[in-house]
Design a binder for this molecule. Structure first.
Ligand code: NAD
Ligand code: DAU
Length: 356
């Protein structure tokens, strides 16, 4: 089985490549543009594996994508390439429109042309798996409610609107042209190799640097957290066993307030790497201006993927967060160069409504 993973140098894509390459029956091509978020160091573990290869390309470049599909006899495309950070989408939506919408359109065209040329047996096996987010469903009240696959789309940010648009394109290519697609919509991931613009790695690294730990608003917003390796297993199942035309919600059943997440990280660090002077890292918590359009709460009902594909997370939030903190303590070789040369932790996405 030959996989084309786009965005495989990113946080989730690299976990997917590492996971798939552990199966000797799979061959994996990682297609990535290597934006600021792409990092080949995340693939060090598999870079010399017999069943892994890397191709630097842009999903907007239809011809290059099609050539790679032919060259590597692709059976399954897993499309993870995207601009992924909500705060950056507030500062500069253009790249999100380009990659997440136009790029998805281009790779759908390439996949359709490729699929039409396959022999019947391979045509029946081919899948285009589009990896999406729970953010397309929008804002849930604090009091209750969960996203199911049928929840209407109501995105709030330029990021989530661009992902929603891409999901619609993928479904349209299935309904109109018959391309065998599957979709998945997942909650917040965390774990090793997470770019330190996102809440969890940002807080770990700022704490180690004795810098303020920025909590937006009152820290009351709720996210549902999933360990990235559990997501990678879910994605393999959706891509290989999912029913064409269907979507699957994926979540960790681990809702936490942002303040609760930050406090737990502080407590883990207090026991593992105590501060000089004996104070708690909690003293570094700093409440800052809220994110514009900040969705209050996300919560995923993942019963369909459990029932239909037999998936369940292995990691709970406490064990997964402890593993994550330990990984950052042990792997400065990975994050040190990013903090020094690429992104040092400055505030992003502060633009107010009406200022765009
Ligand atoms: P990421 O930002 O860490 O990685 C994105 C990768 O895509 C990078 O390697 C980047 O170089 C590459 N890329 C960007 N534009 C490209 C282009 N035009 N052509 C080829 N490659 C390009 O993102 P992530 O957090 O790993 O997310 C991966 C996917 O999963 C995204 O589609 C995202 O919307 C979705 N998702 C993320 C989460 C999460 O919590 N991180 C949750 C649910 C869904
Ligand atoms: O829900 C899935 C989504 O999760 C994915 O689609 C996105 O690609 C991924 O980036 C993530 O989006 P969030 O916006 O939820 O993640 P982020 O880590 O940016 O923020 C998590 C929460 O923490 C959110 O409520 C905003 C808040 N926050 C974030 C940062 C960076 C803070 O309070 N302080 C911060 O400094």
């Amino acid at each position: 089985m030959n996989f084309l993973v786009t965005g495989g140098a990113g946080f989730i894509g690299s976990a997917v490549c590492r996971h798939l390459c552990a199966n000797p029956a799979y061959r994996v091509t990682n297609l990535d543009k290597l934006t600021y978020a792409g990092n080949l160091a995340s693939l060090r573990q598999i870079e010399n594996a017999h069943n892994y290869r890397f191709a630097q390309a842009d999903i907007c470049d239809e011809k290059s994508v099609l050539d790679i599909m032919h060259r590597d006899d692709i059976d399954i495309v897993m499309n993870l390439a995207a601009e992924s950070h909500v705060d950056r989408s507030i500062d500069g939506p253009g790249a999100f429109i380009e990659t997440n919408i136009v790029g998805t359109y281009r790779i759908l065209n390439a996949a359709l042309e490729y699929w039409r040329g396959l022999a019947d047996d391979r045509k029946g096996r081919f899948r285009f798996h589009h990896v999406s987010t729970d953010e397309v469903f929008g804002d849930l009240p604090f009091e209750g409610g969960m996203f199911v696959e049928e929840t209407p789309y109501a995105p709030s940010s330029p990021y989530s609107a661009s992902k929603a648009a891409s999901d619609h394109l993928v479904r349209a290519w299935h309904e109109t042209y018959g391309l065998p697609v599957v979709l998945s919509n997942c909650s917040n991931n965390y774990g090793p190799y997470h770019f330190p613009e996102k809440l969890i790695p940002l807080v770990i690294l700022n704490a180690l640097d004795e810098k303020p730990l920025p909590v937006y608003g009152a820290g009351a917003n709720v996210r549902d957290w999933l360990f990235v390796e559990d997501h990678a297993r879910a994605l393999e199942l959706v891509a290989t066993k999912g029913t064409p035309g269907e979507s699957y919600n994926v979540g960790g059943n681990s809702e936490r307030t942002n303040l609760g997440v930050v406090e737990t990280i502080c407590d883990l660090l207090d026991s593992r790497r105590p501060r000089a002077g004996g104070k708690s890292y909690r003293d570094l918590i700093s409440f800052v201006t809220d994110r514009p359009g900040h969705d209050r709460r996300y919560a995923i009902d993942a019963s369909k993927i459990g029932r239909d594909l037999g998936w369940a997370p292995n990691e709970n939030f406490d064990s997964g967060l402890a593993r994550t903190v330990d990984w950052y303590l042990d792997n400065k070789w990975w994050w040190g160069p990013i903090r020094e040369q690429n992104y040092a932790g400055e505030r992003l996405g502060e633009a107010r409504k009406g200022a765009a």
